[in-house]
Design a protein around this ligand. Structure first.
Ligand code: HPA
Length: 233
């Protein structure tokens, strides 16, 4: 048990999928897994373990932003022997060639955040996912005839900017913006574990287009299926 997670050690599988929204964790668990068991409801940050194609897997919400995913992922890696975390989230497009509902795979995450620096004196402004997990996700997407675009993510602490897109994100060739992957990849690095992140484009900071809540739900299914497929390799 931790201050944020009431699960016992053996209640969580080696691989955890992490949507930001805990209700999405519940949705995936109830729609795609069998034999599900809810292991956490501290702060309503729901977590479930079940079987996917006969193999144990866990799904838990991360909350929004790097401090939140930082806490939950660090505890999963260090207190629960979790080996792999795959974040499944939403992001905003920073380049015109990305359309709403495109699914992107982080090949790296750039940030101005001091998360890595404060956590372990790591001054790297770019953090990386596991290439093995990225390959597994690419394989799963191909099998499911889904396009998965690899690109650099901007992990930001800010959702509401006073003056639009952060110019640093463009200078650093980021194609999308979200708020978690930099901290997740850093935690995997310092704990010697694996992480990856796929996101659905839910809005465009270039065209100002947005998706509806209903549309996001459908797009979320595509991404959940890629992540579940990738977890089998
Ligand atoms: N900014 C940050 N995070 C996001 C966005 C955004 O525009 N869209 C979805 N997640």
């Amino acid at each position: 048990m931790t201050p944020h997670n009431q699960a016992k050690k053996d209640e969580i599988a080696n691989t955890v999928l992490m949507p930001g929204d805990p209700l999405r964790a519940k949705y995936i668990a109830t729609h795609y897994l069998t034999d599900i068991h809810c292991f956490n409801h501290v702060r309503n940050m729901l977590g479930y373990t079940g079987l996917y194609q006969g193999r144990p897997i866990s799904i838990m919400g991360s909350g929004m932003g790097m401090p939140s995913i930082g806490i939950y992922s660090y505890e999963l890696y260090t207190q629960y022997d979790v080996d792999t975390i795959i974040r499944i989230g939403s992001c905003g497009a920073l380049i015109p060639s990305l359309d709403l509902f495109d699914v992107v795979l982080a090949d790296s995450a750039w940030s101005r955040s001091t998360y890595a620096q404060e956590q372990s004196h790591d001054m790297d402004t770019i953090q990386y996912p596991s290439s093995a997990i990225n390959q597994a996700l690419q394989r799963a997407a191909k099998e499911q005839n889904q396009m998965l675009h690899p690109c650099r993510f901007h992990s930001s602490d800010i959702f509401y900017y006073e003056d639009g897109i952060d110019s640093g994100a463009i200078e650093n060739q980021c194609a999308v913006v979200e708020m978690e992957s930099f901290a997740l990849f850093h935690n995997a690095k310092v704990t010697g574990k694996k992480a990856a992140c796929i996101c659905t484009v839910s809005d465009s900071l270039v065209t100002q287009q947005e998706t509806t809540a209903q549309q996001r739900e459908t797009a979320f299914d595509t991404m959940a299926q890629i992540a579940l497929g990738g977890s089998l390799y």
